[in-house]
Design a protein around this ligand. Structure first.
Ligand code: ZN
Length: 171
């Protein structure tokens, strides 16, 4: 299972959708040399809106979110809804309030790009790319990358053996 990536007919780069803490992000599907950050735009609107959880995650799409690739008069949501016909849709609009659309995310959790809460790296799209470990899943699942996971595990193991050792010495 790999992170879903998609291309817009006007663009040459591959994009992915991801979440970080409770925010939704449009990101580059992989690191591009011309881009210094994987993140292109945060998509969810802050303010009076709450992103409610149904069977699929939903959030209010920030009408001011921009990628820089929109045509005049086009919103980022318009752009993300106008993918090639062979691409699966990313969102369905489920509500509308004061010029703001609420969207339901149509990709499954495993198709989204995940953010390592320890080192801040995003997962990369591609069949052979490593996936991050899910560490909490209360509302939106949270993740940690394999390198940080291994370090944590090693650190915890070292601490346990040190405790055992001090126990032997002092008891
Ligand atoms: Zn990490």
């Amino acid at each position: 299972m790999a992170v879903h990536s998609f291309q817009h007919p006007r663009l040459t780069v591959s994009l992915s959708l991801g979440h970080k803490y409770n925010g939704w992000y449009l990101i580059f599907a992989k690191p591009y040399r011309t881009a210094d950050s994987r993140e292109i735009s945060r998509l969810d609107a802050s303010g009076p809106f709450k992103s409610a959880w149904s069977t699929r995650p939903r959030f209010w799409f920030n009408p001011k979110a921009r990628s820089g690739w929109e045509l005049d008069g086009e919103s980022l949501l318009d752009l993300l809804l106008s993918l090639d016909v062979h691409e699966p849709p990313l969102f369905a609009i489920v509500d509308h309030e004061a010029g703001v659309n609420k969207v339901e995310v149509l990709l499954a959790e495993h198709q989204l790009a995940h953010y390592c809460e320890n080192c801040g790296r995003w997962e990369v799209a591609g069949d052979n790319a490593l996936r991050w470990f899910m560490v909490h899943s209360d509302r939106l699942p949270r993740y940690i990358c394999p390198a940080c996971h291994a370090r944590d595990w090693f650190g915890a193991r070292l601490l346990r053996s040190l405790k055992r050792l001090s126990h032997k010495i002092f008891c």
